[in-house]
Design a protein. Structure first.
Ligand code: SAH
Length: 354
């Protein structure tokens, strides 16, 4: 067992079986042994690759998305330029480079990042220079907020509930001998339809994070764009562990694999609307095409970038990231819809999660 595995086993022996949310939190963010606290997991040599690490085009287009919204809302100065869960800082570096084409925007921006890993905070500081790291999304300055998040919500701890013969029960992690194993907690009063064996997931922290961001945007202006894999009102067990780009047993080596779950965008959109924002929802592929990825890739190809066309396909094609990844945008009611979200009917309806 890993050192973190021994700590987790001790906690289970002392306090009983553990929620999946507690397990994820310890595995990802334990200050000494957590996955994000101890390493830089991104890219070909790491455990997984994210859209900003695939191509500079991704961050550039998201930077232009923010720039268009900033212009549409009267170029407020100063404003908070923000990212939550910035990883290596690649997305923000590419976004800021693209924003420089807009006069006055770089000078007006005050960069604020929310990052839980002290190790990744250092990586981001080296990459991006002058910036402020915040503890929480509730700490953003009281000014217009232009915010990006890529593959942030999928890393937040989830709870799982499974329908047994007598009703729903939380899936908990306990010990079988010396090994970690899933089991079920006591039957709960949960008034939800579902066949026996069915699993549903909840991410308790996510709606509060969206509420804090949406309240600021509704009051002061701005826009937020959340891109992640997942869907709308999805069901089923989507908890997974990745190591060296391959799925592994999520209980086998705590702290040494990336743990994620698909994001359910429906409660996030509901939280944003309740806080006074307009929302739009689309696929990553449709958003990037609307933002001009094909023209940008063609220009890079013409200037000798042989990887640009392949990267654009990987980011947008239905068989690759284009459909699995979704984008949720929030903006102040009454402000123009941001680029890629103008079409009528773009507001959430329903779609299968997988
Ligand atoms: N956006 C980057 C990194 C995605 S990985 C990219 O697309 O490449 C998830 C990021 O969120 C990491 O930077 C991780 O350290 C951070 N993170 C995870 N949980 C967090 C939390 N609760 N609060 C703040 N940051 C968190």
């Amino acid at each position: 067992m890993t050192p973190l595995g021994r700590l987790i086993a001790d906690e289970i022996r002392a306090s009983g079986p553990m929620s999946l949310a507690r397990y994820m939190e310890l595995c990802l963010l334990h200050p000494r042994h957590g996955y994000y606290s101890t390493r830089d997991p991104f890219g070909a040599a790491g455990d997984f690759t994210t859209a900003p690490e695939i191509s500079q085009i991704y961050g550039e287009l998201l930077g232009l998305f923010l720039a268009q919204a900033w212009l549409d809302q009267g170029a407020p100065t100063p404003f908070t330029l923000a990212e939550i869960g910035p990883g290596r800082g690649t997305l923000m570096a590419d976004a800021r480079r693209a924003m420089r084409v807009v006069p006055g925007m770089a000078e007006a921006a005050r960069l604020h990042l929310v990052e839980a890993s002290a190790h990744l905070q250092h990586v981001q500081q080296d990459r991006l220079g002058v910036l402020t790291h915040l503890e929480s999304v509730t700490d953003f300055p009281d000014s217009p907020l232009f915010l990006l998040a890529n593959e942030f919500f999928d890393a937040l701890p989830i709870q799982q509930f499974q329908r047994g013969p007598d009703g729903w029960a939380e899936r908990l992690i306990g010990l079988q001998g010396d090994r970690l194993a899933f089991g079920l907690g006591p039957v709960m009063r949960l008034d939800l339809p579902g066949a026996e064996g069915e699993v549903i997931e909840r991410c308790p922290a996510a709606p509060a994070i969206v509420t804090a961001i949406a309240e600021r945007i509704a009051a002061r202006g701005g826009v937020a764009l959340f891109v992640d894999y997942g869907g709308w009102n999805g069901r089923g067990d989507t908890f997974q562990a990745l190591s060296e780009h391959k799925p592994v047993d999520p209980l086998a080596a705590p702290g040494q694999a990336d743990l994620t779950a698909h994001v359910d965008f429906a409660p996030l959109a509901a939280a944003a609307q309740a806080a006074g924002c307009a929302v739009g929802y689309t696929t990553q592929g449709a958003l990037l095409v609307a933002l001009g990825i094909n023209a940008r890739a063609a220009r890079l190809t013409a200037s000798g970038d042989s990887a640009a066309a392949g990267a654009a396909r990987r980011l947008t094609h239905a068989d690759e990231m284009g459909h699995l990844f979704k984008a949720l945008a929030l903006w102040p009611q009454g402000a123009p819809a941001p680029a890629g979200f103008e079409r009528a009917g773009m507001t959430p309806t329903s779609d299968p999660r997988r």
